[in-house]
Design a protein around this ligand. Sequence first.
Ligand code: KG4
Ligand code: ZN
Length: 340
Amino acid sequence: MDRKEIHILAIESSCDDTSAAVLRDRAVLSNIIATQDVHQKFGGVIPELASRSHQKNIVPVVKVALEEAGISTKEINAIAYTRGPGLAGSLIVGSSFAKSLSLALDLPLIEVNHMRAHILAHFIESVHGTAPSFPFLCLTVSGGHTQIVLVSDYFDMKVIGKTVDDAAGEAFDKIAKLFGLEYPGGPLLDKMAQRGDPDKFSFAKPKMSDLDYSFSGLKTSVLYFLREAIERDKGFVENNLNDLCASVQKTIVEILMEKLELAAKTHKISHIALAGGVSANSALRKELFEQEKRLGWKTYIPPMEYCTDNAAMIGITGYFKYRENNFTNLSSVPTARMSL
Ligand code: KG4
Ligand code: ZN
């Protein structure tokens, strides 16, 4: 039976990327992302500057998303936006814009949980030959989050493990900063690590119970290690940069994989997905593929544009909620801390 196509306009502004996307059912017609370089010189995201940049970017970003999709506002069925979690000031810009537009165009509004959206990005059309089948485990690793989620259905998700302090991306960035690398240091550290020896230095891994993670201890142990080493040799970091990066990367990936493996074993699940910006890490990807071969896992890693923050993932979540008539109203407020 023929069914009417659904067009969702989606808006994402939870951190430092202003993004808008248009989806026709599960297909992405456009996915525009304005990344804010303004934070680079400060070595981290400055919330006040992030909200100002969102304010500046949101109108042109939405305009280009509609143009690129070749869709007029009359063809849009609903507006989906990120309600949380994220930076309060950043969320306010996206949610206020979405609400105003829904009022002006008389369109229903759909609120989206950013962390659920990272996971549902796996269901965007043609991201994988076949989308993951339920139940699967998703390791969501970004600059703000590190969690293992048991995904039983589009809306049935449970966090079974999470970091108790820093996120994995945060650990990459903070340790990269100790090595003198620019923010965000994760991708640079990955690049240097490819020319280094991962077994040159060893760092203690945290002993966490169950499926939880901790990364702040690693950062501190690298800091103390460097202090001593620099006392002996002023050029220690420069002379060993590649090996330092490779050794730290190996440790972070081992920490991530050990708990993921335990989660898979405990829950007897072999379909494993990755989400979030740290999915770009070459060692993490390699390790996941190794485990696929060794343990018979079926692994899913979306292309980078759907791993890092983007509005297409908000759109696909909006699409699934639209099908359930799950709408919100103007009184819904952005929420910086929001559980899954
Ligand atoms: O998901 P994302 O774009 O933004 C949020 O944090 O929500 O993730 C960004 C994080 C940063 O911490 C960045 O350093 C890290 O992902 N990252 C990487 C790599 N690419 C991005 N970390 C390690 N290796 C990479 N190749
Ligand atoms: Zn994110």
